[in-house]
Each structure stands twice: as C-alpha cells, then as structure tokens.
Design a protein. Structure first.
Lengths: 324, 345
C-alpha cells in the first residue's frame, strides 16, 4: 500500500502533468498562430505569450466555478486556460462567425463571458476597472466569487491600475491582480519605465497585500494564486500578485526585437522555459512526452482546420452588435 | 536604481505650543526671512477672507476658500528659487501674490474676466487647474524638460488628498520617479475632497506611503506649521536640484472652511473638530511663535495686515473698473482657423 505521502505526491504529480499538458497545448497553439500569421492567413496584429504559459495555467487552474478573469492584448493563453476551446479561439483569429466573438473581435478582443472570461483588452490597463466592478458586484450580491485581472508590468504605470487597486482595497472587494512581470513594455525594458526594482512595493500605496512568485514555476504560481484567491474569497481583501516571468518571443508576431540582445533570448529559452522546466522536473519518459506533444500539436492543427472551414461574417451584419 | 526607503510616518513639526512642546528653528532663516513668511501668510489670509466677503456681495463668482492652508502655501512657495515653477490647483489660486502678482489679477480670474489670465512665463506660475490632478503630469513634464536642458529649475505642484486617487497623479508621480524629474509633489491633505472624507478615499494609512510605490521619498509634515513646510520643501528642492528626483510631501491639515463658497459643509463635517482646528489655525500659531522669539511686535503685525487690506481694496477697485470683456474673446484663442460653423455664427 502506498503511504499517505506517496499518495499526496502522486496526486500532485498527476496535477502537474495536467498543467504540463495545458501549457504545451497553449505553446503549440501559439506556434501555430505565428506560423499562420507569417503565411498571411491571419489579419490584424498578434501577440503571443510564449514563455508565460505557467502564469495563465497556474492562475486559471486555481480558480473555482464562477470566478471571472479579464485578460490583456496577450490573451490566447488566458483564454484557453479559462476553458475556451482552441477551435473557437483560432476561428476568432481567422475572423469567423464560429469564433469567440463571432469574428468581430480578433486576437485582442477574445471574449467568452459564459466561461467567465470578461475579455481580452487591447488597451493597456483596460481590464482592471471592469474587474473591480465585477468583484464589487460579487460582494454586493454576497456571492463567493473572485474576479482576477491579468496585466503586464507596463500597465502598472497606467492610471487605471492606480485607480483600480485603490478602490479595490478601499471597498475590500474579492479581486486578485496578477501582474505578469516580464520586464518589458513592448520594447521598453523595465529599467526605463519602472522606478522600483521590487514591483510588490506598488501595493504599499494602497495598503494592499502583495505576493511575489516565480512565474516560470507553474506549481508556485498555482499555490500563490490559491492563497490569494482564498484571501479574496474570504472577504479579507484583494491581493496584488507579481509573477516574474519571461517573454520568450517578441512583443508582437514579427517583432525583430532589436532592443534586446539575441543571446538573452537564446539563454532564456535554454534556462527559463516553463515547459522545459516542468518536463525536466517530472522526469517524463520520452514516449510520454512525445505522446503529449502529438496530442497538443494535433489539437492546434485541428483548430486551424476548424477555423478555415468557418463562416465569414456578412458585411451587412457589421453594425449588428454595435448598439443595444 | 535607487533603494526604496519606507516613507516617514512621523509628522515633522518645528513650531512648539508655547507650553510643553519647545519651539525649534530652521537653520538659515534670519529674522527678516521669518517676517517675510509672516507677511506672506497675512497677505494670503487677507486675500481669502476678503474674497469670501466679495463673494457674498456678488463681486466675485464661486470661490475656493483656502483659509487654514496659508502655512502650506507660503511655507512651500517661499522655499522656491525665483527660477522654479509653480503648478497650482484651484486651492492655491492666489499663490501669485507671493510672486508679485496683484490681487487685481487673481480677483479678475474669479470674476471670470480675461484680465485674470496671467502669462505663466511672467510669473513662472502655470494656470490654475480645476480638473483634479491633471496638472501633475504637466509639472513633471516641465521639470523633466528643465533637466534635459541642463537647467537647474524645479517644479512645485500642489494637489489635494482626493487627487491622490486619480490616475493622472499616478502617471505623473511614476513618470517623475522614472525620469528623476526635479519636482516636489506637495499634497495638501486637508482630509476632505468636497464631502468625501479621506477614509472613503483610500485604505492606505498614510498618503506619504504612496511614495513607496514609486521608489521616491515620502515625508509627512504638519501643514499648520509654516516652518516645517518650509524646511521639508527646501530639502525636497535640494534633492531635486542635485539630480535625485522627486519627493512626495504630505502636508497635514484639516479643512475648516467650506470646500468652495457654493458648499454647505455643516451637512457632513464634525463641528467640534472644526472648532478645535480653528483655534489652532496656522497664522495664529506662527504669530505666537514669532512673539515668543521676540521677532514680531504689535506694530509689525498691524502693518502687515493694513498693507494686505490696502492691496485688496485697490485690487478689487481696479478689477471692478475694468471694462467688461468682449464676448468674442471666448473664441479668440480656441482655433487658429475657426471652423466654418463658428465663422458663420
Ligand atoms: C477630474 C475631476 N473630477 C472631479 C472634479 C470635481 N471636484 C472639484 S474639487 C474636488 C475635490 C478634490 O479634493 P482634494 O483633492 O482633496 O482637494 P481639496 O479641494 O480638498 O483641496 C472634486 C471631486 C474635478 N474638478 N475634476
Ligand atoms: Mg482635500
């Protein structure tokens, strides 16, 4: 018979494998997005979150039924992690009616309200006020739900960040603010746009609880998110979570990244890839890994097939969803 | 990157209470400078009290009262060098009086007359800003520009406790810290934003703690103590001029007058607290301090008051003697090329 400790370990190993599966799916999905964009099939402007999958998965796995999120311009990972099928995400990128926003939105306007995704947001810092509003509604209705905002380090320089955190703490609403601190705002490195080294210091201005976590370690993110969510859900006030992470890709698909030494990316890909780190930690057998990879690749490929077969919105419907 | 120091929580004071708390002093301030501060406070006080009277007589429009804020305004403005710029809110409308502006100009502003539109360059005082906190980024931009040009000028920006909840404050303060702009962020914490108390504004215990989020020093000072404000501002300016960037100064006071003449605070404030605060108002405190030092006599005090009253009298007379403005002036500086709809009208 397995000891309790062993049982606990295998449960956590199983969970980590699930995390790995999901992170890998997001990775393969986004690689597909890059590929199809370069092939000229996807309109618009795209941001992938390659390297930041552990934050999306670690946080979203810690959520409970009924919790909501707001995402950013880098939204594919959050959206998939919150439960939207890759087919629907890809269809949206192809501008098809079968997409999450029926083809009207695209990459930076992925909404899935049914699954508690209050939307990607093209405007930096644009998601935070809505999350405070959602959390206030949960509080006023006495519902044990939490609203979570994702945003980057650059967004902490924006007025909406300040107004949102101040009000969230003042009203003690059940919100969690997750800063994906990849230390770049587009091409601007943190040392040129952040006046402080330790991002958690921002919370002091509001008297808010803060936590720092290694955003490349999905388990650490999961544990921190659970703690933060519990505090918020118990009515003990919002939490500012700073997940230090790395963007292993450009700011947007096609970004030549002239502002960043080539070696930096190569080095980070070798040492800080959250998927490789987890794979090594789980000591997966090669065939298990390959099996997982095949599955993720297949889902990503299928999503492209699904999207291509989708329906184009009709020009005469362009104004349909503009006004109530 | 600069190390983040926790903001100071102790409230700095220099003026004692004439009893158990001893008087301190500010190094470098001689008797003449002490009296300059006194005259500046008397001038502001007189301006404020006369304005409320003029308002009740229908001679100026709605007016933002600053009774009890004179120590903050005089203490900080007199710490500036001539080259430094001031960015006032509506609460510091008369700050120009301390730089040679006439009461006629300020009264004209409140009368809605173009004679009140001073040239910012002439006094190095930007326009009065009514939208809350929007002038914080302006001040920071000016200061950063001065730094880029290699000039030694600094900026001083005044805003209230309510303003610290605004996104514009955050963006301005953050940018100042990133760019090490030579600016002093002076928060007049009078504990009210119209009828909203500070407790309904933020859960941060001290506004000075806002500074930690930007990695800049935050200090708290007794806003009823003109010398403490003078000293804190001087230190912040010295830091700024030495290239070390901005400082957040929280000047604590309590607004014991209506927000503006259109306000009835009896609906929301604590009358007993107001009574107590009034007894301890800043001009009286400084007056007693100077008398304890033997610097101020009845004669000097009376002289300061008479001089201020005289200026107000001639100021309002001059403002009222101005011809009414041409209504066209409303459009004069709005467009280089007025749109057709305007031209037709
Ligand atoms: C952007 C903006 N929002 C609202 C107002 C209306 N308003 C005028 S004064 C004021 C209160 C400001 O309080 P505080 O910053 O504490 O300054 P105080 O008046 O106490 O000096 C408000 C909300 C405004 N002028 N501008
Ligand atoms: Mg106030």
């Amino acid at each position: 018979m397995a000891t309790l400790e062993e049982k606990g370990q295998s449960a956590s190993t199983e969970r980590l494998k699930e995390f790995l599966r999901e992170m890998l799916l997001i990775r393969r999905f986004e690689e597909k997005v890059e590929e199809r964009f370069r092939a000229g099939e996807l309109p618009g402007f795209l941001h992938v979150a390659i390297g930041q999958e552990a934050v999306a998965v670690g946080v979203c796995r810690a959520l409970e039924e009924g919790d909501v999120i707001a995402s950013t311009h880098r939204a594919h990972g959050h959206t998939i992690a919150k439960g939207t099928h890759p087919n629907e995400v890809m269809a949206e990128l192809y501008g098809k009616v079968e997409g999450t926003s029926h083809g009207y939105g695209g990459s930076m306007h992925l909404y899935d309200v049914e699954r508690g995704n209050l939307g990607a947001n093209a405007v930096v810092g644009g998601g935070l006020p809505g999350i405070v509003g959602a959390a206030l509604a949960f509080k006023l209705r006495g519902e044990p739900r939490v609203a979570v905002a994702f945003f980057g380090d650059g967004a902490t320089n924006i007025g909406t960040f300040h107004e949102s955190l101040n009000l969230a703490q003042l009203w003690m609403v059940p919100a969690v603010f997750v800063c994906e601190n990849n230390r770049y705002a587009e091409s601007t490195p943190a040392k040129q746009h952040l006046p402080i080294e330790d991002m958690t210091k921002r919370a002091e201005a509001y008297g808010m609880t803060s936590m720092a976590v290694d955003g490349q370690d999905v388990e650490a993110v999961y544990e921190a998110a659970r703690k933060a969510l519990k505090q918020a859900r118990d009515g003990r006030g919002p939490v500012f979570v700073v997940a230090d992470c790395v963007r292993l890709s450009g700011h947007y698909v096609g970004d030549p990244q002239v502002y960043r030494p080539k070696e930096e990316i190569l080095e980070l890909r070798k040492s800080r890839d959250p998927i490789e780190l987890l794979r090594a930690r789980l000591e997966l057998a090669d065939e298990d890994w390959e099996e997982m990879d095949r599955e993720a690749t297949r889902i990503a490929e299928d999503s492209v097939e699904f999207a291509k077969k989708g329906t184009d919105p009709r020009p005469e419907d362009a104004l349909k969803n503009v006004y109530a | 990157m600069a190390q983040v120091l926790p903001a100071e929580h102790d409230v700095r004071r220099i003026i004692g209470d004439g009893d158990g708390v001893a008087d301190g002093e500010v190094e470098g301030l001689d008797d003449a400078a002490l009296l300059d501060l006194y005259r500046a406070m008397v001038l502001l006080r007189t301006y404020d009290e006369r304005s409320v009277v003029y308002h009740s007589q229908g001679r100026v429009g709605t007016y933002a009262i600053f009774w009890g804020h004179e120590a903050i305004q005089a203490g900080s403005a007199l710490a500036l060098a001539d080259e430094d710029w001031i960015f006032p809110s509506y609460r510091e409308s008369a700050i120009g009086l301390l730089r040679g502006m006439t009461p006629e100009t300020v009264l004209s502003w409140w009368r809605g007359h173009p004679a009140g539109w001073w040239n910012p360059r002439e006094f190095r005082i930007a326009s009065i800003t009514v939208p809350i906190a929007t002038h914080v980024p302006h001040a920071v931009g000016y200061a950063w520009g001065a730094r880029l040009k290699g000039e030694s000028a600094c900026a001083l920006v005044y805003f209230g406790d309510g303003a610290t909840s605004e996104g514009a404050f955050h963006e301005g303060a953050n940018f100042a810290a990133v760019m090490r702009a030579p600016v002093v962020l002076l928060c007049n914490n009078n504990q009210w934003a119209i009828s909203t108390p500070l407790s309904a504004q933020t859960r941060a215990e001290f506004l000075a703690d806002k500074a930690a989020g930007y990695g800049m020093p935050g200090v708290r000072v007794d806003g009823g103590d003109v010398l403490a404000v003078y000293q804190a501002t001087s230190e912040a300016l010295a830091r700024a001029r030495a290239g070390h960037g901005p400082t957040f100064v929280e000047a604590l006071t309590y607004r014991c007058a209506p927000h503006v003449t259109a306000d009835d605070p009896t609906a929301y404030w604590d009358a007993q607290r107001v009574e107590r605060e009034r007894e301890n108002e800043c001009l009286g405190r400084y007056d007693r301090y100077l008398r304890r030092l033997g610097v101020l006599s009845d004669e000097l005090a009376e002289d300061a008051r008479d001089d201020a009253l005289e200026r107000m009298k001639s100021g309002i007379a001059a403002a009222e003697a101005l011809p009414p403005p041409d209504p066209e002036v409303v459009f004069a500086s709005a467009y280089v090329d007025p749109p057709p709809t305007l031209r037709e009208g």
